[in-house]
Design a binder for this molecule. Structure first.
Ligand code: OAD
Length: 234
């Protein structure tokens, strides 16, 4: 660890699971309750905007009743105390990392608490529903706001910054993600090519476990604080 300066962390739904937010692919997860093609693609939104807006309105309301857990807090502590470069890339669309205090954070799949205007491109903080088609606060257009969520078939956000960080990383850590969705699932290989150490912290071996030099399995609220203590302790 003494040679490690630049850390990139990728987080997924497993980090927020113990805060009470459903994951996608575990038993009973969101994609067992809903078909991706019905709620999480641009085509679904064009076909049945009411269904899609209701789906995200419910999730937006739900995350506001949840609290960050020990894993979010440990990563925020690492962010505050790590003297080198650090980038936390999250696939999560909840705001629990930032509510725990994380600052060096990239939401590659968007954010529940933003609305995006397809007319003027403005993003506005949004805590209420979108189903009733509120006007865009920036341009005044009606019916043009959509959830600021990256749907299947759309390009994740800030990829240039993410690949830049991965190419400089000495250590890449993947936490609470199944490794089923690209491009995030490919980050471990990108980091390895740059010579980074690689570590997986997940409840069970992910689909990409094979690519990690080390893997630890268990709940994020135990594994992440232990690992952060190790890193900051020297
Ligand atoms: P998944 O639901 O695919 O995977 C969650 C992973 O977390 C699984 O490997 C679980 O074993 C693990 N896990 C569950 N509980 C855990 C716990 N308490 N501690 C540690 N690990 C735990 O979620 P993601 O990998 O985040 O995209 O899914 C990636 C993307 O697919 C999401 O961002 C979303 C989804 O479709 C979009 O909506 C664009």
């Amino acid at each position: 660890m003494e040679k490690v300066q630049n850390i990139v962390i990728l987080t997924g739904a497993g980090v927020s699971a113990e805060s009470g937010i459903d994951t996608f692919r575990d038993g009973g997860g969101l994609w067992e309750q809903h078909r991706v093609e019905d709620v999480a693609t641009p085509e679904a939104f064009a076909r049945d905007p009411d269904l899609v807006l209701r789906f995200y309105d419910l999730r937006r309301a739900a995350i506001q009743t949840k609290e960050p857990n020990a894993a979010h807090r440990a990563l925020a502590r690492l962010d505050a105390e790590w003297p080198g470069e650090l980038t936390i890339v999250t696939q999560n669309v909840d705001d629990l990392h930032e509510r725990a205090g994380a600052k060096r954070l990239i939401h590659m799949h968007g954010e529940h608490l933003n609305a995006w205007c397809t007319a003027c491109d403005a993003r506005t903080s949004w805590t209420g529903p979108l189903f009733d088609r509120p006007a865009c606060p920036a341009c005044g257009a009606g019916g043009t706001l959509r959830p600021d969520i990256v749907w299947f078939g759309e390009m994740p956000y800030r990829m240039d910054e993410i690949y830049h960080a991965l190419n400089r990383a000495d250590l890449f850590v993947s936490i609470g993600t199944s490794g089923a969705v690209y491009p995030a699932a490919g980050f471990v290989r990108e980091a390895r090519q740059s010579g980074a150490l690689t570590l997986e912290l997940n409840m069970e071996p992910s689909q990409g476990s094979y690519w990690f030099a080390e893997a630890r399995h268990g709940p994020a609220t135990r594994l992440v604080p232990e690992w952060v203590e190790e890193v900051l302790g020297g």
